[in-house]
Design a protein around this ligand. Structure first.
Ligand code: NAD
Length: 250
């Protein structure tokens, strides 16, 4: 019960890694704010949990994030933990054929979106006396894959932003880390496989991605997120932790 009575704000909480983390935080006693652009999905996940609320947020839109954070504070009085996780994959295109709107969309949601949540979330946390933030990067930030350069650009940006934010706020009681998961079978990855030129080959590639056989579950990622957000990780800040079955090591 490491999060007993703590307020946890999860972006992208309607699905995949965000939903699994929301369930894990709730199982350890948290009051959870499910912030997602998908109002219906967020409402469904919130309804499963003992003490949770759904807020509609487009993380790519600064004023929407400001509003969502304000709603969370209005409901629960403060924010102690943020899982800054919402993201999209974008189209698979080589750089020289990249649609400009694909680049712009991935940058806005995965890059600017993470900044918006830090900006307004940190402001709220400072009022509450501190807290912990976990951003979602990806192994693609640490070892590149073809044809997803805007995704890689934003996820690598998150590694740097995690460091700079951690250094800026360490003395004010806020720890900021990131997780870099390998492939996890969530709706995002199912869509990514379907959109590949050869989906069957892409699925095989993903299933043999890591030295450790198999594929981690969203719950496997949630366990590490909960650790980093908890007081067990009181001396860890500014780091991006790969959850990759040895992928980056290889
Ligand atoms: P998912 O598609 O299952 O869930 C993503 C959630 O984010 C959805 O509920 C979606 O509605 C929400 N979302 C999308 N755009 C949003 C926006 N603008 N504002 C608010 N919410 C928005 O995907 P997932 O696999 O759970 O991905 C979660 C995060 O993990 C993403 O940042 C993704 O890049 C990252 N990631 C995923 C994997 C993987 O293999 N699944 C690996 C590494 C990193």
């Amino acid at each position: 019960m490491r999060f007993q009575d703590r307020v946890v704000f999860v972006t992208g909480g309607a699905s995949g890694l965000g939903a699994a983390a929301a369930r894990r935080f709730a199982a350890e006693g948290a009051r959870v704010v499910i912030a997602d652009i998908d109002t219906e999905g967020a409402t469904r996940v919130a309804a499963e949990l003992p003490d949770a609320v759904a807020v509609t947020v487009d993380t790519g839109d600064a004023s929407s994030v400001e509003q969502g954070v304000a709603e969370a504070v209005q409901r629960y009085g403060r924010i102690d933990v943020i899982f800054n996780n919402a993201g999209i994959d974008g189209k698979q295109q080589p750089l020289h054929e990249m649609d400009l709107d694909n680049w712009e969309r991935v940058r806005r949601i995965n890059g600017d979106g993470v900044f918006h949540v830090l900006k307004y979330g940190i402001e709220a946390m400072l009022h509450g006396g501190g807290g912990a933030i976990v951003n979602t990067s990806s192994t693609t930030a640490l070892a590149a894959q073809e044809n997803i350069s805007p995704y890689t650009f934003t996820k690598a940006g998150i590694v740097g932003l995690t460091r700079s934010a951690a250094v800026e706020y360490a003395a004010r009681g806020i720890r900021i880390n990131a997780v870099a998961p390998t492939v996890v079978m969530t709706p995002l990855v199912e869509r990514f496989i379907e959109n590949a030129p050869d989906p069957a080959q892409m699925r095989r590639e993903m299933e043999s991605f890591n030295p450790k056989p198999g594929i981690p579950t969203p719950e496997d990622i949630a366990g590490v997120v909960a650790f980093l957000a908890s007081d067990d990780a009181a001396w860890i800040t500014g780091h991006t932790v790969p959850i990759d079955g040895g992928y980056v090591a290889r």
